[in-house]
Design a protein around this ligand. Structure first.
Ligand code: LLP
Length: 404
């Protein structure tokens, strides 16, 4: 995304042309950005040759998953729906891992039938259920057990998953006990130690601590694991002031770990692959001036992009046509939903804007569309893929007929 003569472009297509052609609100992806993100992720960890499983919860659009497949990476899914979508995109079952604290019997059964690589279990009851199903099918099932390493990921509290107070995984003690109990099972084979401590992590230290815990657990386990699944969580730069995640350092920490333990590493990145490949285009419906501020009322709302309302997270906003004049007043970019938290951003000044003009909300590729809802009975936005000079619909705008 860049400005040329004050006009915003995605690859070689002018933003204004996209909104005129497809309407708003619209999620708009750049294929080359997505491809580059995948390539960079692969390059960053080339020396350890991991299995990369894209976290489908961050974005489950079929066209995006097809690109994931074409780039040779697998999928991390958390529901039967996501598993079906990954399979539909052509991702081989042997590159699919299934995570989540509450997998239903029917979902586990489906995963077993499809012979996916691993089911990452998060409780003893879940492993009993997998064992019961495997027995019924007279087969054996490869599982991972998720550890809760009690580590503060130093990220937003609401997206931290690796502390004992969080519902995820098992404590070290429970983990080792369960491992002992299932070691001799004929139906459940513990192949993987899995972990995921949180999302939008920008500091390498929590990962370093996590690896130390894994090292300790493996030593205590007296068990041969084929895989260690490190989850995802690598952060991106939503704001310029955010420091870049140090992949080199993380890679070298893992390299040291692999000298002691001969396992295949699995990653489950979502955000780092897809977040900065998309913007959300929106039209300004009204501008309301008060003595204190300007409310820029957009046609996109918290139902389209939930992150600012849910986590107070930052997404930059850009005009589609930059004006040379700046308006020095507080601008609150808000949506039409009847909630005070339906606000995207507040800035002290902004390029001059008029009603009916358009803006682009940045870095919305991860947990944007996938977290969207029909709140206020608003139809879900469309999704567009840009590739060089071409643009195509990759998800049609929901029709009111389908929800009313
Ligand atoms: N693996 C597991 C087991 C996970 O729970 C998650 C994310 C990931 C991988 C992918 O993490 P990533 O690389 O995308 O950070 N909705 C929130 C983020 C929730 C993340 C949930 N788990 C947000 O919009 O920030």
């Amino acid at each position: 995304m860049y400005f040329k003569k004050n006009k915003l472009f995605i690859e070689k297509v002018e933003g204004l042309k996209i909104v005129k052609k497809f309407g708003t609100p619209t999620y708009c992806y750049s294929r080359s950005k997505l491809k580059n993100n995948i390539k960079n992720f692969q390059k960053n960890f080339r020396s350890i040759n991991p299995l990369i499983c894209f976290s489908v919860k961050s974005n489950s659009n079929l066209e995006i998953l097809k690109q994931i497949k074409r780039s040779g990476i697998g999928a991390d899914v958390v529901s039967k729906g996501e598993m079906l979508q990954a399979l539909k995109a052509g991702i081989p079952p042997k590159k699919i891992v299934f995570s989540g604290v509450g997998k239903k019997s029917e979902e586990l059964k489906f995963a077993i039938e499809k012979k996916i690589l691993l089911i990452n279990a998060e409780s003893e009851s879940e492993i009993f259920e997998i064992e019961r199903l495997a027995k019924l099918k007279k087969t054996n099932v490869n599982i991972g057990i998720r550890l809760n390493p009690n580590i503060d990921a130093k990220t937003l509290k609401k997206i931290s998953t690796g502390k004992h107070e969080d519902k995820f995984g098992l404590t070290e003690k429970a983990f080792l006990n369960i491992l002992k109990n299932f070691k001799k099972s004929n139906f459940v084979k513990v192949k993987c130690l899995s972990v995921h401590i949180g999302s939008q992590i920008t500091d390498c230290k929590p990962y370093e601590k996590m690896i130390n815990v894994l090292d300790r657990i493996i030593k205590k386990s007296n068990h041969l694991y084929d895989y260690v699944d490190l989850g995802g969580g690598m952060g991106i730069q939503y704001e310029k002031k955010t420091k870049l995640f140090n992949y080199k350092r993380y890679n070298s920490i893992i390299t040291k770990f692999l000298k002691k333990h001969k396992v295949k590493i699995i990653f489950e990145p979502g955000r780092s692959i897809i977040a900065n490949s998309a913007v959300l285009f929106s039209q300004i419906i009204y501008i309301k001036n008060t003595s204190k501020k300007k409310f820029i009322i957009l046609d996109a709302a918290m139902n389209d992009l939930m992150r600012p309302a849910l986590y107070g997270s930052f997404h930059n906003i850009l005009p589609l046509i930059k004006s040379n004049k700046k308006n020095k007043k507080i601008h609150d970019f808000v949506g039409p939903v009847c909630e005070t938290t339906d606000k995207f951003l507040s800035v002290k000044e902004f390029s001059n804007l008029k009603e009916k003009e358009y803006v682009a909300i940045s870095d919305v590729g991860a947990y944007g569309m996938s977290l969207s809802s029909n709140y206020n009975l608003r139809p879900k936005a469309s999704e567009i893929m840009i590739e060089n000079k071409s643009s195509k619909v990759i998800l049609k705008r929901q029709k009111l007929n389908n929800i009313v």
